[in-house]
Design a protein around this ligand. Structure first.
Ligand code: SF4
Length: 375
């Protein structure tokens, strides 16, 4: 990936998270939230750490780098570092995230955090504990410009891109909270369109694989179909999974649910999916939020079968969670099962995603920063 160059992400670059990596015109608008004025430690590449340490012995760079990037430590936790240097680091580099709230679902399996960023915007992160693994769902932007009609984040609008440190600190905090379970999977399916924040996403993935030690095949990035970014993603990220939020198999309905479809219609999206399959050997997955009477009919299944077979894609059916502001409801469990059966009969691999954390608004499409709204 492009970020394998250790200088690819300088501290100053990460401090420009209002800049649009892709010109999304009316969909994106300008960043509404202030960007951080100072980098956090996780924003620095190795050279920037060495430059900051100046005349310190050379091994200190490795020590600080490992403490920050492998262990996810804040300066106060770096017991191997002299106290004076710890204080310097603490004064110079603010933490990327300040916890505001932490909620745990009734069954204890899901934890959702609301974090405040430097500058005041807020994001949410969700940790899901399964019997054999733990997965963190990470936000890549504060708010989202894509305005998908069924999504709480989209309804709240775009604030700004997250910095590398803001992305990585979510992973480190979730990893610590998951213990003694091992954090094994990362999904970029929280707030925001990850491929709209592409360079910081690449740097974060690079750091996750090389420093945290979670392999690319255990990472999944979602997109609503930012076609030019999908091409770059395939070139750079090989084995990282891509989940396309499809939700409709005809342009009329999809443009209503996912406005970006007006710019990159289904035909372009399918070409990009086929290109990814050919280039990386990995299957794209199609995410399909089941909306009662909207996209759960036999005709929808037929259209979806045609697309999934063409792209050789796996389909994930997502029982839709209630979202204030969107008038329709999720399909019934019977309807979800019947739809899945039609897809299987049509030769498509399909999974019904289990819904976790809906009692704390942590399920798909429910991340909307309500802590801030409630103020
Ligand atoms: S579904 Fe994803 S891309 Fe669409 S508005 Fe919500 S967060 Fe943004």
């Amino acid at each position: 990936m492009s970020a394998s160059d250790p200088n690819a992400q300088s501290a100053s670059d990460t401090l420009d998270p209002g800049a649009q990596d892709y010109d999304l015109g009316a969909l994106s608008g300008a960043a509404r939230a202030p960007v951080p004025k100072r980098p956090a430690l996780l924003d620095l590449d190795r050279d920037a750490v060495a430059a900051f340490l100046g005349d310190e012995p050379r091994f200190r760079t490795d020590q600080v780098w490992t403490a920050v990037n492998e262990k996810g430590q804040q300066p106060g936790q770096m017991s191997a570092i002299p106290l004076k240097l710890r204080s310097r680091l603490e004064e110079e580099f603010p933490p990327a995230l300040t916890p505001v709230t932490e909620q745990r679902s009734g069954d204890g399996r899901t934890t959702k955090w609301l974090f405040e960023l430097n500058g005041g915007a807020q994001v949410e992160t969700v940790l899901m504990r399964y019997r054999e693994r733990a997965t963190v769902c990470v936000s890549s932007q504060a708010g989202c410009a894509m305005a998908c009609s069924f999504c709480a984040t989209g309804q709240a609008g775009f604030e700004r891109h997250l910095t590398v440190a803001e992305i990585l600190e979510q992973v480190h905090r979730a990893r610590t909270a998951a213990e003694p379970q091992r954090l094994s999977n990362i999904v970029f399916m929280g707030m925001g369109e990850p491929l709209a924040n592409l360079e910081r996403l690449f740097t974060s993935i690079d750091r996750i694989t090389t420093e945290i030690g979670i392999g690319s095949r255990k990472i999944t990035v979602s997109t609503v179909g930012l076609v030019p970014a999908m091409e770059r993603f395939a070139e750079a990220n090989g084995q990282v999974g891509l989940a396309v939020s499809l939700h409709a198999a005809n342009d009329e309905l999809r443009s209503e649910l996912v406005p970006l479809n007006r710019r990159y219609p289904i035909a372009d999206l399918m070409n990009a999916c086929q290109m990814i399959r050919a280039k990386t050997g990995r299957r794209v997955s199609f995410e399909w939020a089941m909306i009662s009477g909207v996209n759960d009919q036999p005709g929808d299944a037929k259209d979806l079968i045609r697309l999934a077979r063409k792209a050789d894609a796996h389909v994930n059916l997502i029982p839709l969670n209630d979202t204030p502001g969107y008038p329709t409801t999720g399909s019934s469990p019977q309807q979800v099962k019947a739809f899945a059966k039609l897809l299987r009969e049509g030769g498509v691999n399909v999974t019904i995603r289990s819904t976790m954390g809906d009692d704390i608004d942590a399920a798909c499409g429910q991340l909307a920063n309500r802590g801030e709204q409630a103020k």
